[in-house]
Design a protein around this ligand. Structure first.
Ligand SMILES: [Zn+2]
Length: 179
């Protein structure tokens, strides 16, 4: 399998996984609490906050196609089971493995909400493409995936508590969309 074929394969598998996980969890997921909305509303439009749902899970599962990924010789595949959260389109999963206080909980939700906005602006197919290509082009290093760096950068700004900003507007600019 050539590099391009491998990437196309992973994008397709990743996209299918995102959609199936979203459809599985959205059924029981809950709307964001009043308190969470209050913390996040300076940064996210009501429409976006209303869109997002969240669900607690014992841990984040690795994708079912992971054994195949390992066989392809990818050096350090992301271990999702160690992650605090993950977002599938408009559905945020939060792992019970990681304990939280109110501050770290809100910070995590903020990070995942940035992913909700990325999906909202890009669509799930394009999100999967950018995520996998960004991963492959940066040595399969999770910390260097541009969509993650975008989320971590804004999360840091949120944690620092400076002036507020609209995540949708910022991401629109960064994606080069005309709004
Ligand atoms: Zn993330």
């Amino acid at each position: 399998m050539s590099n391009n074929e491998l990437i196309r394969y992973l994008v397709q598998k990743g996209y299918e996984w995102i959609v199936s996980q979203r459809n599985l969890y959205i059924v029981t997921a809950q709307e964001l609490s009043e308190q969470d909305r209050t913390s996040l509303q300076p940064y996210f439009e009501p429409k976006i906050l209303g869109l997002a749902k969240r669900e607690l899970v014992d841990y984040i599962e690795n994708p079912p196609f992971y054994p195949e990924v390992m066989k392809l010789g990818i050096p350090n595949a992301i271990d999702f089971t160690q992650m605090a959260g993950i977002t599938f389109i408009d559905c945020i999963l939060i792992s019970r493995r990681i304990s939280h206080n109110q501050r770290s909980w809100t910070s995590l939700l903020f990070h995942e909400m940035v992913h909700v906005v990325q999906y909202y602006l890009l669509g799930a197919q394009r999100f999967a493409e950018l995520y996998v290509i960004g991963w492959a082009q940066n040595g399969f290093d999770y910390g260097r995936i541009p969509l993650e760096r975008q989320a971590y950068d804004l999360q840091r700004r949120f944690d620092q508590g400076g002036s507020v900003f609209s995540v949708v507007q910022l991401l629109n600019q960064q994606f080069g969309h005309v709004s």
